[in-house]
Design a protein around this ligand. Sequence first.
Ligand code: DAT
Ligand code: MG
Length: 173
Amino acid sequence: MTTNQHLSARRRQANDATFVIIKPDAIRRGLIGAVLSRLEPLQLEIIGAKVVHVSRELAKAHYHHLKVKPFFNQLLDHLQGKLHDTPYVLAFVLWGPDAIARVRQVAGATHPEKAEPMSIRGSFGRITKTGLMENILHASTDQNEAEREIRLWFKSEELLHSDVLPRWVSVQR
Ligand code: DAT
Ligand code: MG
């Protein structure tokens, strides 16, 4: 094995934490179980889980990178459940080998019609007439985003592995 192969093998085995939200459209449509059954085969540990009533402030902070977009307000309304009469979301921190990339892969591309058909978004997501992406779940895209989002949504005492803070990403166990 070359040094590069060793490095990539180690990288593949690195544990990381990712942040997942089951969004109001999925809750409204009775898809919580379906989403979890797509994630469960990844055999990640659930190190944080809770029901969250999403304030405007939290929604804005979560999607801060999209605040200049024309769909920003609709996005906030969606996350707050205002468009689905569902005043809460389910938030999770999942932990394990390559958690961020593997959850993103199972989730599928942002746009449900472009998502791989067997992915969660490809299977269950849809676009409404107003252009809202009902794409079922949120999942962090990289380590910086995961760390920022986990800190935004969870207190360290709400996580099983709070001992790995602040370097919870890529910590070998
Ligand atoms: P992702 O959720 O795949 O990480 P993102 O962070 O770029 O995608 O955007 C967050 C959410 O915003 C996304 O889940 C759906 C919505 N969104 C993104 N691009 C959009 C667009 N062009 N029109 C409408 N909604 C959009
Ligand atoms: Mg994103």
